[in-house]
Write a protein that binds this ligand. Structure first.
Ligand code: URA
Length: 216
């Protein structure tokens, strides 16, 4: 895992398998079904790192040979919150990995000046003391990432319990996010070069939502 001296809370999960899969996702000819499957697989690999510090508890069990003490996850079930609609492509994979996680949804679309307009918030009722993974494949301007986290903070979630997970980030978006939410860790598969004038990540992979759902 790589870090970047400009962004103290950014973790770049640059495992060779992730880099290989992401390269195929970036190619413009990759069809939607392959794109979706690779996003799911990369989400497993990101999820592996993001959940590295989950607490464990020891319990006694019986194997076919003897009794032994062994570890299970402890504490409350975590919550996965995809930012609609592209975040769904990542939450599916994370849910495969953690089938008993709770799911929330935050819907935002790009309004004027690329500012996010919220149109849906549906969250599990009891968020207290749960780890929350907010997921959106593209951390571009950072505006919707900031706004999604604001929704959770307004509901009393503590910054220490939130992690933001993206596939590809632009430095501009990470900068904006870390200025507004300096205590929240951000995990990405790649930190790309820059944003273009239409707020697309370069080199990026185009519109993630369109590529996941085969729209446009
Ligand atoms: N959203 C996308 O889907 N792609 C980008 O490059 C930027 C934002």
């Amino acid at each position: 895992m790589k870090t970047d001296p400009r962004f103290p809370n950014l973790y770049i999960v640059d495992h060779p398998l992730i880099q290989h899969k992401l390269s195929t996702m970036r190619q413009k000819g990759t069809p939607s079904n392959t794109f979706r499957q690779l996003l799911r697989e990369i989400s497993y690999l990101l999820g592996y790192e993001v959940t590295r510090d989950l607490p464990l508890e020891t319990r006694e069990i019986e194997t076919p040979l003897c009794k032994c003490k062994t570890n299970y996850l402890s504490g409350k079930k975590l919550v996965i919150v995809p930012v609609l609609r592209a975040g769904l492509g990542m939450s599916d994979g994370l849910l495969d990995l953690m089938p008993s996680a709770r799911i929330g949804h935050i819907g935002m679309y790009r309004g004027p000046d690329h500012r996010p307009v919220e149109y849906l918030v549906k969250l599990p009722s009891n968020l207290k003391n749960r780890k929350i993974l907010v997921v959106d494949p593209m951390l571009a301007t950072g505006y919707s990432a900031v706004a999604a986290v604001d929704v959770l903070l307004k509901r009393g979630v503590k910054a220490k319990d939130i992690v933001f997970v993206a596939l590809v980030a632009a430095p501009e978006g990470v900068q904006t996010f870390q200025e507004k939410h300096p205590d929240i860790k951000v995990f990405v598969a790649s930190l790309d070069d820059h944003l273009n004038e239409d707020a697309y990540i370069i080199p990026g992979l185009g519109d993630a939502g369109d590529r996941i759902f085969g729209t446009k």
